[in-house]
Design a protein. Structure first.
Length: 63
């Protein structure tokens, strides 16, 4: 199975979303850590917010 190489955090807390600069309508997850050897390390860094993946919206709980 493919592995993305990213640890992420749920963004269910409205205060956390606001602190990260998200609008009340935005949903997504926060990047906590990226494996240095993962392909994603070329594009993602800690504290990035992932709003969608491959055109699919990501909910605040990561689903």
């Amino acid at each position: 199975f493919p592995i993305l190489g990213v640890e992420w955090q749920k963004m269910e807390n409205p205060d956390l979303r606001k602190a990260m600069g998200m609008t009340p309508n935005q949903k997504g997850v926060r990047v906590r850590r990226v494996e240095p050897t993962a392909p994603a390390s070329q594009f993602l860094k800690p504290s990035d917010i992932i709003l969608s993946f491959d055109g699919i919206d990501i909910a605040n709980d990561g689903t």
